[in-house]
Design a protein around this ligand. Structure first.
Ligand SMILES: Nc1nc2c(ncn2[C@@H]2O[C@H](COP(=O)(O)OP(=O)(O)O)[C@@H](O)[C@H]2O)c(=O)[nH]1
Ligand SMILES: [Mg+2]
Length: 258
């Protein structure tokens, strides 16, 4: 199939509540990460735009899910999480938006790019997000942002540390990225192309090679929360099933009922 023209990205629309989002009519790639991780910069870089996704120095102003269209796919900019001093009501709104979007089984959500700042240990919200993606068997890759800010030694140290800090780190496809040097841009575009052509040219059962990062994690991955329902606090009667949710800060409350 013909390659995607990344220069054809257009802002499509913003949604302030999950209920406004219409049904998927094409595959969707989502970007997730804490505020200031470099999400807007990454989106602008991938699509060769100066300012399509606003690189903001005033975080937290808009809590919306933004859709961009590029030919036959959508790119979905999820609201950044992790601001300090945010009201309970605002947190709930994030939770409704992100949780509603990610837990909707009818969406054609083909891949999530989970952004983590390469310079630091992931926040508890980052870890919660990654556990959520794993527990709900959502396909994702990790993008380590701001790679240009690390010298080789520090970078090596961070990569070692991530093995302890991020669950299943060694089984997750991980792309170091810099919006400044362009490191990782081509790799991300290749991943997008792979997943997109897999979606549109669906091979017959068992014959095609699915992209490696779409393969299901195995039991040996050492992750405990394999029960898909375990993160859905509202629907779980047996609270012992929520063992994986220690440190749950409550910003992400999946809302499967709509
Ligand atoms: N050095 C460097 N700075 C970056 C990079 N990506 C983002 N930034 C800076 O980090 C800040 C937050 O970036 P932004 O894209 O707005 O993050 P967002 O809140 O996740 O959308 C801005 O000052 C950016 O210029 C990067 O790859 N390298
Ligand atoms: Mg932004």
């Amino acid at each position: 199939m013909e390659k995607l023209n990344f220069n054809k990205a257009e802002f499509f629309t913003s949604f302030g509540s999950f209920k406004q989002i219409p049904e998927s009519d094409r595959p969707e790639f989502a970007f997730s990460g804490r505020s200031n991780v470099g999400k807007s910069s990454l989106i602008n870089k991938i699509f060769n735009r100066k300012n399509m996704a606003r690189v903001s120095s005033m975080p937290g102003k808009t809590v919306t899910i933004n859709f961009y269209s590029v030919e036959d796919v959508y790119f979905v900019d999820l609201p950044g999480y992790g601001y300090a001093n945010v009201s309970k009501a605002e947190k709930a709104r994030w939770g409704d938006l992100i949780g509603g979007y990610l837990s909707d089984p009818d969406r054609s959500l083909v891949l999530i790019f989970q952004l983590i700042d390469m310079r630091h240990a992931p926040s508890s919200d980052d870890i919660q997000m990654i556990n959520y993606l794993i527990d709900n068997e959502l396909p994702f890759v990790i993008v380590l942002t701001k790679a240009d800010k690390l010298r080789p030694t520090a970078r090596k140290e961070r990569m070692e540390a991530f093995k302890d800090e991020i669950p299943c780190f060694e089984d997750i496809t991980c792309v170091p990225f810099s919006a400044v040097t362009g490191e990782g841009v081509e790799e991300l575009r290749d991943i997008i192309e792979d997943v997109r052509s897999y979606w549109y040219d669906e091979p017959e059962e068992g014959t095609g090679d699915s992209p490696a990062f779409l393969e299901e994690p195995t039991e040996e991955d050492g992750h405990t929360g394999t029960d898909t329902e375990s993160t859905d606090v509202t629907e779980t009667e047996d609270s012992s099933e929520n063992d994986g949710d220690e440190g749950f800060t409550g910003f992400l409350t999946p809302n499967r009922k709509r």
